[in-house]
Design a protein around this ligand. Structure first.
Ligand code: CAA
Length: 380
């Protein structure tokens, strides 16, 4: 396994890093404080071709490899985890689902506007009573001639209030249970009968909107079925195998952003007549945190490398997601500690990193679900 970046990846990384450090970092604190979707940054990312990384060039995308995509999420998360998850759901879940499973007409209709950021994508799997147990979903799609008639609700839908399309999972076979009988549909925002709630208030990720969707006899044209009827659960799971690598990269970036800041801080903060970084207790802590981050990075890049190579990566994605996001929580909490009382205030970014880190252990499958996925791979 060789993670040496080729020239194209190096150039891409340099461009993304510059963009993240200047444009994204400049509004990160404000976006968090004002609970504001970073419209201007997302629009610029569309112009730069960064939103269409999973979309082939012939459909208006930039056709990047998966490792480049993961590097981008990591760079964004170092400065603004909200921006990272907006892009992860838009590009990694919504765009990728259509690029991979879409019929020609669907690709032609949706991928160009998605790549340009003219429309934002969301991924609607979770329901009030179907979170970890995704296969128990009950959003009903009943046959209505040329349409599917949708009734039910989705919750915790990232990007929802900004989204133009929702890659949605519904039960098209009323007699089915569990993973059978679920179909994936592209639901357009202006679908009559679809209502989107106000964003829910969260502990962190204040720039990322999270809403409920309510379907009340919402008619979705049959031409919007994504993939095969009744095979939606596998689409969902395959998308999450990749999505979890992006969330792992988000955790990695959050941890790196917090530790970078804390290291700068401990070198200049003086107590007892010298920088606190001169204390061995602090040196050993940052050494341990940096080691954990490096271990997480290797797991994340390995999973991305396997996916880029077209090799099985479900177990490795779950390992990377669990380890990197647990690392993010630990590192950000320790970084708040390193900054002491200042770390607990909104004046310094580490408390934002800590609030943002928490949900990475929860969404795209809790870390307990990742343990289940890993164990099933080991035991089957
Ligand atoms: N790839 C392809 N097929 C898969 C698969 C995968 N990774 N995982 C399962 N399947 C297939 C199985 O092979 C099986 O098919 P067959 O019957 O034909 O063999 C079928 O799907 C059912 O599989 P399981 O019996 O393993 O399913 P399960 O009900 O036990 O559930 C689970 C498995 C892993 C627990 C799953 O429910 C899960 O991942 N839960 C977590 C949900 C989740 O991650 N939600 C994220 C929401 S999106 C989000 O969070 C985005 C955001 O906002 C940031």
């Amino acid at each position: 396994m060789d993670f040496t970046l080729n020239e194209e990846q190096e150039l891409f990384l340099e461009m993304v890093r510059k963009f993240a450090r200047h444009e994204v970092a400049a509004v990160a604190e404000q976006v968090d404080r004002e609970h504001r979707f970073p419209q201007e940054t997302i629009a610029k990312m569309g112009e730069l071709g960064l939103l269409g990384l999973s979309i082939p060039e012939e459909y208006g995308g930039s056709g990047g490899d998966y490792l480049s995509y993961v590097l981008m999420i990591e760079e964004l998360a170092k400065v603004c985890a909200s921006t990272a998850v907006i892009v992860a759901v838009h590009t990694g879940l919504a765009c990728t689902s259509i690029a991979r499973f879409g019929a020609e007409a669907q690709r032609e209709k949706f991928l160009g506007p998605l790549a340009a950021g003219e429309i934002i994508g969301a991924y609607a799997l979770t329901e009030p009573n179907a979170g970890s147990d995704a296969a128990s979903l009950t959003l009903t799609a009943s046959d209505a001639g040329e349409h599917w008639r949708l009734n039910g609700s989705k919750v915790f839908i990232t990007n929802a209030s900004e989204a133009g399309i929702f890659v949605t999972f519904a039960r098209t076979d009323p007699a089915s249970r569990g993973a059978e009988g679920i179909t994936c549909l592209i639901v357009e925002r202006d679908t009559p009968g679809l209502t989107i709630s106000k964003p829910v208030e969260k502990m962190g990720l204040h720039g990322s909107v999270t809403c409920e969707l309510h379907f009340d006899n919402a008619l979705v044209p049959k031409e919007n079925v994504l993939g095969e009827i009744g095979h939606g659960f596998k689409v969902a799971m395959q998308m999450l195998d990749g999505g979890r690598i992006a969330i792992a990269a988000q955790g990695l970036g959050i941890a790196e952003g917090a530790l970078d800041y804390a290291i700068r801080y401990i070198r200049q903060r003086e107590q007892f007549g010298r920088p606190i970084a001169a204390n061995q207790g602090i040196q050993w802590l940052v050494a341990d945190l940096a080691t954990e981050i490096d271990a997480a990075r290797l797991l994340v890049y390995r999973a991305a490398w396997l996916k880029t190579a077209g090799r099985p990566h479900g177990k490795e994605a779950a390992m990377a997601k669990k380890f990197a996001t647990d690392t993010a929580m630990q590192v950000t909490s320790d970084c708040v500690q390193l900054l002491g009382g200042y770390g607990y205030t909104r004046e310094y970014p580490v408390e934002r990193h800590m609030r943002d880190a928490k949900v990475t252990q929860i969404y795209e499958g809790t870390n307990q679900i990742q343990q289940m996925v890993i164990a099933r791979h080991l035991l089957r």
